[in-house]
Design a protein around this ligand. Structure first.
Ligand code: SF4
Ligand code: SF4
Length: 101
C-alpha cells in the first residue's frame, strides 16, 4: 500500500489528510467546523447523560433532553481531506490521517 497523494499543476505533491476522529470530550458544540465543511460530512447532535447521541430537529427548542451539543462525523466517506474543520476548531478536537491505496 502507498499513501494517496496528488500531483498539483505546479508539479508539487499534495497529500490530503482525511477526517479520522473527533474528540467529543473536548468539543463545545460551537458549530464552526460544520459551517466550513464543504462536503456535509459533519452533524451536530445532542449528548445525553449516558453518552448517547440525540438527533436534533431543525425546530429544536433545547428543552433539556440532552446535556450538551457535540459535533459528529456523520458522513466520513464524503471527506475530501481539506482540513478546514481542524483549522477552525478552537478546541483542537480533530485527528486527520492520510489514506492508503
Ligand atoms: S477535512 Fe474538509 S471535507 Fe473533511 S470533514 Fe473536514 S472540512 Fe469537511
Ligand atoms: S469547531 Fe471544534 S469545538 Fe466547535 S463544534 Fe466543531 S469540533 Fe466542536
Amino acid at each position: 500500500m502507498t499513501v494517496f497523494s496528488i500531483t498539483l499543476p505546479s508539479g508539487a505533491t499534495w497529500t490530503p489528510t482525511f477526517v479520522a476522529e473527533l474528540d467529543q470530550h473536548k468539543c463545545i458544540g460551537c458549530g464552526r467546523c460544520f459551517k466550513v465543511c464543504p462536503r456535509g460530512v459533519l452533524e451536530l447532535v445532542g449528548l445525553d447523560e449516558d453518552g448517547q447521541h440525540i438527533h436534533l430537529d431543525d425546530d429544536d427548542d433545547e428543552d433539556g433532553e440532552y446535556e450538551k451539543k457535540v459535533m459528529t462525523i456523520a458522513h466520513q466517506e464524503l471527506c475530501i481531506g481539506c482540513t478546514a474543520c481542524a483549522k477552525i476548531c478552537p478546541k483542537k478536537c480533530y485527528t486527520h490521517a492520510a489514506a492508503t491505496v
